[in-house]
Design a protein around this ligand. Structure first.
Ligand code: DLZ
Length: 158
């Protein structure tokens, strides 16, 4: 299996020596829950591996990826250091896929402009379920774990 962090510069525990007090919000979409649950597990495990306390990870569920933006906006009012938005949009027979992908990616980009904390984009936008399975703990790693690393890097950036 590919390393979940191979697209990023390699990091070690020493890169993030003191994350005991940092708080991270994760907003997760219920749509395609089998996939988003795996992404959530990947993110949570990676955050804990690097020293974030489990009680400092606030997880909130929303119905679908379209609602991730509102969920992240609400969580951004709490005392958190970063937010990860987790969703999975799979192409169907209509244009719904394009509308949701555009809305959620633009919405999260806007939050990154308006909020004082980073909002990490962990939304799979796949053409079929196999692509999503490959990226949520399958042969292409776990994008949730990659999103967790991105969140930690952005906390240290700040
Ligand atoms: C309606 C819909 C469809 C067709 N497909 C997906 C999807 O693949 N992934 C996803 O996260 N959500 C989907 N949704 C639900 C929308 O995101 C949203 O929850 C509803 O349109 C209600 O606003």
């Amino acid at each position: 299996m590919k390393s979940s962090s191979q697209n990023f510069t390699k990091i070690t525990l020493e890169d993030f020596p003191n994350l005991k007090k940092n708080k991270i919000g994760i907003v997760v979409s219920e749509w395609n829950k089998d996939i988003t649950s795996n992404l959530l597990n990947g993110a949570q495990e990676k955050l804990i591996e690097f020293g974030i306390k489990n009680e400092n990870i606030k997880i909130s569920w929303v119905p679908g990826s379209f609602e991730l933006v509102y969920g992240c906006k609400e969580l951004s009012k709490q005392n958190l250091d970063a937010i990860i938005a987790i969703g999975c949009v799979i192409k169907g027979e209509t244009d719904h896929y394009d509308f949701i992908c555009n809305a959620v990616s633009n919405g999260i980009m806007q939050l990154n402009i308006s909020c004082s904390i980073p909002v990490i984009f962990c939304v799979l936008t796949d053409h079929n379920k196999n692509q999503s399975l490959d990226r949520s703990g399958g042969k292409l790693g776990n994008k949730g774990a990659e999103a967790a690393i991105a969140a930690l890097k952005m906390i240290s950036f700040k």
